[in-house]
Design a binder for this molecule. Structure first.
Ligand code: ATP
Ligand code: MG
Length: 330
């Protein structure tokens, strides 16, 4: 039995990349592990954001997690800002985090160019992420591929902290990523990974009609200018999505009919759209039910935060003690 932690930002709606890459593993890992899952709202304020909708987006992300199968009877679900120990530990870890490594992080470099004046929080994001994980002394972290580099930093910070303050004892375990076969889903533009902040997503709660409206103009193999041009499924994002939403026999058929130009891209997308809508229907239905039960959601998040605060304050007391701080009342 491992201690598992992961987080998702309320920076927009949960999309199929989040779901396939990480959230399905959140759900699977609940069997036989001690899991904590967090809506990381403090990560979602690194840079300009819409203040008026943050609270709603946070609640909505918690609903999506519950709808996707996070079960409060088996996992602790909470909101990061309800547990102030995350930010405190982030500060302590920042004192041993190498600046050069933070500056080399791919996500930092990708996102930094969107700003005229880069906020420090964007640079120190991976330190807060390390704190999120190490605060619960988690050993396993279900994530998509884009977070693997940040997890390497979390391991390094654990090693450094253990070496400096715990006499080399592994008080903070080195967290390992748990990746899914869909570790990097590309966006509908076919240019970048699917990201909440890039507007190239399909949300897990979208209606069948909305799914179709998004798939219809989505990027395919650029060699297929005419319906009669044969395609190469391996380089087409629509084919990649079929592999996650369509039955095996359909995947084989899609590849054959693409290569022989028996189907045009629209034919292929119609089949994907139907299968995707069917696959996501249970999440959509549970989301609608949870939206109508705000008291249940409030209760789940309240209970989750209470458990998380208890675990977090234990670790933080130990960390503070080993770092030599004067305990209150001593
Ligand atoms: P943002 O654009 O605001 O960073 P995001 O879509 O990248 O949003 P996050 O909240 O940063 O979502 O990440 C939540 C989880 O989903 C992480 O484990 C991340 O690795 C995973 N993830 C994000 N995008 C993808 C993707 N395209 N394919 C697979 N996994 C993904
Ligand atoms: Mg992200």
């Amino acid at each position: 039995m491992a201690r598992v932690f992961s987080g998702i930002q309320p920076s927009g709606e949960m999309h199929i990349g989040n779901w396939l890459g990480a959230i399905r593993n959140y759900v699977a890992l609940q069997d036989g592990n001690a899991c904590l899952y967090c809506v990381v709202d403090q990560h979602a304020v690194t840079g300009a954001y819409d203040v008026g909708s943050l609270a709603d987006r946070t609640r909505e992300m918690a609903i999506s997690l519950l709808a996707a199968g996070v079960d409060p009877a088996r996992a602790v679900l909470f909101v990061q800002s309800h547990v102030p120990q995350h930010a405190t530990l982030a500060w302590l870890l920042a004192t041993i985090a190498p600046l050069g490594e933070l500056e080399r992080m791919t996500q930092y470099k990708d996102k930094a160019h969107r700003f005229e004046s880069v906020p420090t929080g964007l640079l120190t994001y991976p330190v807060l992420m390390a704190a999120d994980i190490l605060l619960y002394r988690a050993e396993a972290v279900p994530v998509g591929e884009d977070q693997v580099q940040h997890l390497e930093l979390a391991r390094e910070l654990a090693r450094r902290w253990n070496a400096t303050f715990a006499g080399g004892e592994a008080y903070l375990p080195e967290p390992q990523p748990i990746l899914s076969p869909a570790r990097r889903i590309m966006g509908l533009d076919g240019q970048a990974k699917m990201s909440k902040s890039l507007g190239n997503t399909i949300g897990v709660t979208e209606s069948p009609e909305a799914i179709w409206q998004k798939l219809r103009p989505a990027m395919t193999d650029p060699a297929r200018k005419l319906k009669t041009d044969p395609g190469t499924p391996e380089i087409c994002n629509i084919y990649a999505l079929h592999r996650h939403f369509s039955p095996e026999a359909t995947v084989v058929e899609v590849a054959m009919k693409c290569r022989s130009a028996a189907w045009g891209c629209i034919d292929c997308k119609k089949v994907l759209s139907a299968n995707m809508a069917e696959g996501l229907a249970p999440i959509r239905e549970r989301t609608l039910a949870l939206r109508a039960a705000p008291e249940t959601v409030r209760q789940v998040l309240g209970d989750g935060a209470a458990v998380a605060r208890r675990l977090a304050s234990e670790t933080l007391a130990e960390v503070s003690g080993r770092m030599g701080f004067l305990p209150e009342g001593a």
